[in-house]
Ligand binder design. Structure first.
Ligand SMILES: Cc1cc2nc3c(=O)[nH]c(=O)nc-3n(C[C@H](O)[C@H](O)[C@H](O)COP(=O)(O)OP(=O)(O)OC[C@H]3O[C@@H](n4cnc5c(N)ncnc54)[C@H](O)[C@@H]3O)c2cc1C
Length: 383
């Protein structure tokens, strides 16, 4: 698709209606508009994105660290997306904090069994090129202190993955909203779309995250709780993960001494406020990594649910007619969204142009995609 801008004229049927303007919907709409299409986007929440899972996420871009809990498809999507993020951010009209300064994994002596488990899983799930050339380095105390001076003397050993990244989630949501306006997308904020009243468009792309449950009955939410704290004077330079037998806790440093401390992983779609137990665990872990967090100020305690399919994989599903659903980004949305949104936009483009109109066409496009196993057809003649 070629890059040019377009404007949706009032009243005209757009080429594409994108339902849901969280992370995925914004990216898909922005890509399609950049290719010259007329795009309308419908989001039940505000332009800031505060109704989305994307709003509370830590936005770590850590395919190697995630290889400890994710299968190769996710790791490879993450590695490709990490290269793509700077191109996206460079084309947006607002600045976005983006960093590739790596991930540091540490553990307390009592949890050292977790460290070898972590290494075994990462080596099993990560492609060789991510591990090559110092992609996963075991660091002893002095090397750890040299890499992350704030933690000098605090941990005897760690794993450093120097090429991993992170970005500021709220800045990228804001910059994408500005990018949508710049590209002439008709963005309908504060507009819920349900199954009885779909907006008119030649092709519809459903990116409603958990809001797509009516059409994806196997979709479920996995609750995640995070704290946002302001901690001047600590100066961590990259996300630090603390291995833990129940769930790894991380501290992701953003600009201006802001840290996202997360995250619990609890089955269920409970969006109620953060529990006392979770707040204690998250904040105690931060304090255990560095006592300076004792004087941090708690800015927010937030809950959201990660949209998750039974196999924990993302899926782009064609209904055999004029609708795609893009969902199941689970805990990896930021890490994989550049590639997922690119694949979705390409498939949507093929639907619009008629290149995709039957099972044979779908089979050919699927075979040509680098992400074959992410593409599905739910029509009766499904491939
Ligand atoms: C605590 C936590 C921490 C995370 N940390 C990370 C991380 O470090 N790295 C990472 O890669 N990922 C992380 N994630 C995962 C990431 O946030 C999600 O995978 C991602 O946001 C999913 O994107 P999405 O667009 O599918 O869904 P969302 O971002 O949830 O967007 C869906 C949008 O659809 C809208 N919507 C829903 N229903 C309707 C309707 N009926 N009509 C109109 N609009 C509707 C919603 O308001 C929302 O804006 C984290 C998630 C959580 C909860």
């Amino acid at each position: 698709m070629t890059a040019q801008s377009s404007v949706v004229s009032p009243g005209a049927q757009p080429d594409f209606a994108v339902l849901g303007g969280g992370l995925c919907g914004r990216l898909v709409a922005w890509r399609l508009a950049g290719a010259g299409h007329r795009v309308a986007l419908y989001e039940r929440g505000d332009a800031a994105g505060s109704s989305s899972a994307a709003w509370v996420a830590a936005a770590m871009l850590a395919p190697l660290a995630e290889a400890a809990v994710a299968e190769p498809l996710i790791v490879e999507l993450g590695a490709a997306s990490l290269e793509e993020w700077p191109r996206i951010i460079g084309a947006l009209p607002e600045p976005v904090f983006f960093q590739r300064n790596g991930t540091l994994v540490v553990w307390h002596h009592g949890d050292r069994a977790e460290a070898s488990l972590f290494e075994r899983r990462v080596r099993a799930n990560a492609p060789a090129e991510l591990l090559a050339g110092g992609g996963l380095e075991r660091v002893d105390g002095p090397a750890l202190a040299a890499a992350e001076p704030a933690l000098a003397g605090r941990f005897a050993t760690g794993w450093l993955m120097p090429r991993e990244g992170q970005l500021d989630n709220r800045q990228v949501l804001s910059a994408l909203a500005a990018g949508l306006a710049e590209r002439g997308v008709a963005a309908h904020w504060n507009t819920r779309v349900d199954e009885t009243a779909r907006p008119r468009a030649r092709v519809t792309i459903d990116c409603r995250g958990l809001g797509a449950k009516p059409v994806l009955p196997t979709l479920r939410g996995i609750r995640g709780e995070v704290a946002r704290v302001k901690a001047p004077g600590i100066g961590l330079t990259r996300p630090v993960r603390l291995l833990h037998p129940r769930y790894p806790i991380y501290l992701a440093p953003k600009e201006n001494d802001l840290y996202v401390v997360g995250a619990t992983e609890i089955e269920g779609e409970d969006m109620s406020p953060v529990s006392v137990r979770s707040a204690l665990e998250l904040l105690s872990a931060a304090f255990a990594v560095h006592p300076g967090f004792g004087e941090a100020r708690i800015l927010e305690l937030n809950t959201q649910c990660r949209p998750t399919l039974p196999d924990h994989r993302p899926a782009i599903t064609w209904d055999g007619a004029q609708t795609l659903t893009v969902n199941g980004l689970y805990r990896h949305g930021y890490m994989i969204a550049p590639e997922v949104s690119k694949a979705a936009a390409d498939l949507a483009d093929a639907l619009l142009t008629g290149q995709l109109k039957d099972a044979d066409g779908f089979g050919a496009l699927r075979a040509a995609s680098p992400w074959t196993t992410m593409l599905h057809c739910s029509a009766p003649q499904a491939v």
